[in-house]
Write a protein that binds this ligand. Structure first.
Ligand SMILES: Cc1cc2nc3c(=O)[nH]c(=O)nc-3n(C[C@H](O)[C@H](O)[C@H](O)COP(=O)(O)OP(=O)(O)OC[C@H]3O[C@@H](n4cnc5c(N)ncnc54)[C@H](O)[C@@H]3O)c2cc1C
Length: 503
């Protein structure tokens, strides 16, 4: 007879380390099951990468800005007997994003398929609009194939996944195109190189290069088409809402409580030691930090066997928050200014640990609504967040300045002038990200999804140490706000299964 891994009668709480999206979701799932939980977070606020910075007194989202897969959060709340909409106000965006090339060529993509087809037809001709319709159908099929079987499931292996649905399942799995790169697959889907570049960019949502990522990642195009929402109060409000909900359900959250060591006895977790020396006993621990922190021994030598070290880092970024006026280009809430040479952009980052001269820049104009004709008054200050992808290694001050100059150069060349005469901007580079998220080296998305096995190499929710579970962007099903949230739920589910608590 199988015995439960941990004594469910233990009076000690479950400790969740880290109040990122994964840790918050795990804590909420456990609290919903009335399992005593303490969430320990090193920083003073919840959210982890979902952080806000203040520029000229304005709170600016300076981590994730694109909210998708609303159903993940609706399910999380529903499992706790709550309604997401009663806790958070979400407005669906009509316009997914504006895309710009050379300053003179612009394409808006919409949540509505017909509107996008119309826009693509005007931008690149009727044949490309038809290609988009086919592409949209294909990405939906890929998403549906992997939604339940992969994303919402405990980490499957590729063989089990293929065999799951018999012959039909094998055909469906082959149609997700795991053996073709996203870039090569898009070359067949679209004739216009700008459209290939636009849809290839989705690989960066999980920190990967479209030249190395499997075509399977095209499913992200469907995720966006299925809905992008604007969170009232900004993305950080989502993290705060989850934290408030954990507390309202009886969970205990302790900020400024970094964990420096996992207490392990005979390969079984017994508690944690805080940076101030306090020891807290635990019946189980869920770790939400980057798994590299465990494998590199940052939480003690004994914990280093919890999971294997990764060999390749995902993308990092250089980001800039500004409170400024803009002119010369009408920004949408989400605008992407594409660089000229995408192959060089990713080759430089992943092969040469460098940045191309003319990088693609993403700008989030946080005071603009989610409609195509959103505007701000001329001369009005607005909250801006800009991002360029960068290699995951610390940059010198000079390198970071150069990266910002390149970012600015792309924007200026494409007609956008940003005037922050107050001189107030906050720049964050890979080195700072590395310090905020220890052992990540600034890699913001854990392991990149490169090659057909890329999605299967992330650790699952159960570690090699008894009673230690894992969640977050470096764990299955991967990075991104909804994925990290799913990983937290999966870790809680796994623990409940081991404890034989009804799911
Ligand atoms: C600039 C940027 C832009 C992004 N854009 C998007 C986007 O638009 N859409 C999207 O879906 N995703 C986006 N992402 C990715 C997304 O933000 C992340 O994948 C997700 O938020 C990660 O959540 P997580 O659960 O891994 O936790 P993290 O955010 O990594 O947080 C982990 C937490 O654990 C804490 N911690 C770690 N170790 C310890 C310890 N020893 N003791 C105590 N606490 C500890 C950390 O302080 C941190 O708060 C972006 C990320 C960044 C950085």
């Amino acid at each position: 007879m199988n015995t439960p891994n941990i004594n469910p009668a233990s009076k000690d709480p479950v400790i969740v380390i880290g109040a990122g999206m994964g840790g918050l979701a795990a804590a909420m799932s456990l609290a919903a099951k009335k399992i005593p939980v303490i969430l320990l977070e090193r920083h003073a606020t919840p959210g982890g990468k979902m952080r806000q910075l203040y520029v000229a007194g304005q709170a600016i989202d300076s981590g994730p800005t694109v909210f998708t897969m609303r159903w993940v959060f609706q399910n999380l709340f529903a499992q706790a007997g709550l309604k997401l909409e009663e806790h958070l106000t979400l407005d669906k965006a009509d316009l997914l994003a504006r895309h710009s090339w050379h300053g003179s060529e612009s394409l808006d993509l919409f949540a509505n398929l017909g509107q996008s087809m119309q826009a693509i037809s005007e931008f690149a001709g009727d044949a490309e609009a038809d290609n988009y319709q086919r592409f949209a159908r294909k990405t939906e099929t890929v998403f549906n194939t992997l939604d339940n079987s992969f994303m919402r499931a405990q980490r499957p292996n590729p063989i089990a996944l293929s065999l799951q649905g018999g012959l039909r399942g094998m055909i469906d799995m082959a149609n997700t195109q795991p053996f073709v790169s996203l870039w090569n697959s898009l070359a067949k889907d679209f004739q216009d190189p700008r459209l290939r570049q636009l849809f290839a960019r989705y690989a960066t949502y999980c920190g990967s290069s479209p030249f190395k990522a499997p075509a399977t990642l095209m499913l992200i195009a469907h995720v966006e088409k299925a809905g992008v929402w604007m969170v009232q109060g900004g993305m950080h409000a989502l993290a705060r809402t989850l934290a408030d909900t954990v507390v309202s359900m009886g969970g205990d959250i302790r900020y400024e409580s970094g964990v420096r060591r996992l207490a392990i006895d005979h390969k079984r977790i017994t508690g944690v030691e805080l940076e101030n020396g306090e020891v807290i006993n635990a019946s189980a621990v869920i770790f939400n930090g980057d798994t590299q922190a465990l494998s590199k021994g940052l939480l003690g030598h004994e914990a280093s066997v919890a999971c294997s070290q990764r060999t390749e880092p995902s993308l990092s970024a250089v980001t800039r928050c500004q409170y400024a006026t803009t002119s010369g280009y009408e920004l949408a809430h989400h605008t992407v200014f594409f660089g000229d040479d995408y192959a060089d952009e990713f080759d430089k980052i992943f092969e040469k640990s460098d940045m191309t001269d003319n990088p693609t820049v993403y700008v989030c104009a946080q005071d603009r609504s989610g409609s195509a004709n959103t505007k701000v008054e001329q001369g009005q200050y607005e909250r801006l967040f800009s991002l360029v992808n960068a290699p995951a290694h610390p940059m010198s001050e000079a390198e970071r300045t150069e990266a910002v100059e390149k970012m600015q150069q792309t924007l200026t060349t494409q007609g956008l002038e940003i005037d922050d005469e107050q001189g107030k901007s906050i720049v964050t580079g890979p080195g700072q990200f590395g310090r905020l998220f220890p052992a990540s080296d600034g890699a913001l998305y854990g392991r990149p999804t490169h090659g057909w096995m890329g999605s299967f190499k992330r650790p699952g929710s159960k570690s090699q140490i008894q009673g230690l579970y894992l969640c977050g962007g470096s764990v299955h099903p991967g990075a991104g706000v909804p994925m990290a949230t799913l990983s937290g739920q999966l870790a809680a589910q796994r623990l409940c299964k081991d404890w034989r608590i009804d799911q």
